[in-house]
Design a protein around this ligand. Structure first.
Ligand code: URP
Ligand code: ZN
Ligand code: ZN
Length: 469
């Protein structure tokens, strides 16, 4: 099966140019001008896609999702089937989801459980990070085996005491291990112990609305934990990747570390660029916006945009972790501490970043592609198989209409959740055609893929050790 995409503007992290893309089977066979004329044998391609006035970009990669995550007494609502289909609608062709090690069980058991949830269900390719709940001799040894099995990244938490929290010694031991096995530690950096003290005091004063979720998780607690884990990584002599960075205080620590030559990397998420602490107000409606770290006062976002421009932040992921407002967020109606933490967003990231970044003049279209696809591919051992429009790369491609306008709404989105954080927001830019390894899965406003199209990705070690970004 040969597909020819003609007349488009190829946009990559490196630059933009007019060219055709020829796909043969699952990979890109040629990129160049007038490829139809050069097919050689006089034959026509099996499928022709006209990308006039459109961009052709590498499929977007969302390196932070939580499909079916058990959390806060319930489960994230999107399954691998519904969540990956929604991702495809939004131009994302790869997700990396977090498998969870349950306390007392092995990493392998956790990983197997996530394989069982995903296998045969995904619309797009997928890989896993491993959440480590216990750090001990056995799990440290297992890390090596997971790296060899293509699960090369491990998330630990200074937040959520009693759930995912690890102490500094555990974090340091896991970091030391990555110095020898090529893994990369991803950190949720908030001082969860201090936050729980303030949260208990605040609830005891009768302040139980969702808004207080944002108040008690002071940016200082994110800055402190970010500095601490970066220092631990420096002492261990390894890179570290900070997930879902939300606050200026944390960004300052990442920037300072990078300025002194440390391999400190970080992602932020659309919610921290487009939503603010004020969204947590408005009574219990604010529960729709409860996530950790929390939404911040508006001025933090200005710093995050600067961080994206200056490459102190290298990746934008979603932290997609959807809970219905009715029946799930409700669990915390009487106490913000009981609201399941997490927001939907896997479908919206590409368009929000295009609209609020490229169209608004904050970032170039090339930087947009780098943030949503190429840098994630490099950081997480997928490049150049993914994240590139190049001969030999997987034909994960998006024909993107940079002028199409649409309004984000729960009534039209494809995520399995009963609200949108961006309800009513008009955005410019939309995926017109989405291909996953050469197969068209979105076309003419229709999903034409099938459950099970997506394959598990065994990843290489991160190129962070080469200080790629
Ligand atoms: O609120 C969030 N972020 N929920 C998902 C779990 C996590 O910490 O990433
Ligand atoms: Zn987290
Ligand atoms: Zn997360």
């Amino acid at each position: 099966m040969r597909t020819l995409i003609t007349n488009g503007t190829i946009v990559t992290a490196e630059g933009s140019h007019r060219a055709d893309v020829l796909i043969d089977g699952e990979t890109i066979a040629a990129v160049g001008r007038d490829l139809a004329a050069g097919l050689g044998d006089g034959s026509a391609p099996d499928k022709l896609i006209d990308a006039s006035a459109k961009y052709v970009i590498p499929g977007a990669i969302d390196v932070h999702t939580h499909m079916e995550l058990p959390f806060g007494g319930t489960f994230a609502k999107d399954t691998f089937e519904t969540g990956t289909r929604a991702a495809a609608w939004g131009g994302t062709t790869t997700i990396l989801d977090f498998a969870v090690q349950s306390r007392g069980k092995s990493l392998r058991e956790g990983l197997d459980a996530w394989h069982a949830k995903a296998e045969g269900n995904c619309a797009i390719d997928y890989g896993f990070h491993m959440i480590m709940s216990d750090v001990n001799d056995a799990t440290l040894a297992e890390m090596d085996a997971l790296v060899a099995a293509g699960v090369t990244t491990f998330k630990l938490f200074t937040a959520y005491p009693g759930v995912f929290f690890s102490d500094d010694g555990a974090i340091f031991r896991a970091m030391q291990r990555t110095a020898t096995n090529g893994g990369l530690i991803m950190m949720h950096a908030e001082n969860g112990l201090a936050i729980d003290v303030v949260a208990a005091q605040t609830a005891a004063e009768g302040k139980t609305d969702p808004y207080y979720h944002g108040v008690v998780r002071d940016p200082i607690f994110e800055g402190e934990a970010t500095n601490r884990v970066i220092r631990l990584a420096e002492a261990a002599g390894v890179p570290v990747y900070i997930v879902h960075l939300s606050a200026r205080d944390a960004l300052d620590e990442v920037r300072a570390a990078r300025d002194r030559g440390s391999a400190a990397f970080a992602e932020t998420c659309p919610q921290y660029l487009f939503l603010t602490l004020d969204d947590l107000g408005n009574g219990f409606e604010g529960a729709k916006f409860v996530c950790s770290p929390p939404l911040r006062p508006a001025d933090h976002a200005d710093d995050l945009w600067r961080g994206l421009v200056k490459n102190d932040l290298q990746v934008v992921s979603t932290d997609h972790c959807p809970f219905d407002f009715a029946g799930q967020k409700d669990l915390g109606r009487s106490d913000f501490r009981k609201i399941p933490n997490g927001l939907p967003g896997v479908e919206n990231r590409v368009d929000l970043l295009h609209d609020g970044g490229v169209v608004a003049g904050r970032i170039t279209r090339e930087r947009w592609v780098e943030l949503i696809s190429t840098a994630p591919a490099r950081m997480f051992g997928l490049y150049p198989k993914k994240g590139a429009v190049a001969v030999g790369s997987d034909a994960d491609l998006v024909v993107y209409d940079p002028a199409a306008k649409h309004t984000i709404s729960a009534s039209s989105h494809h995520m399995n959740v009963d609200y949108s954080c961006y309800e009513g927001r008009e955005v410019t830019g939309e995926a017109s055609v989405v291909l996953s390894r050469g197969k068209t899965i979105i076309e003419d406003g229709t999903y034409v893929g099938a459950k099970g199209d997506g394959r598990f990705l065994r990843r290489e070690p991160s190129q962070a050790y080469l200080r790629i970004a």
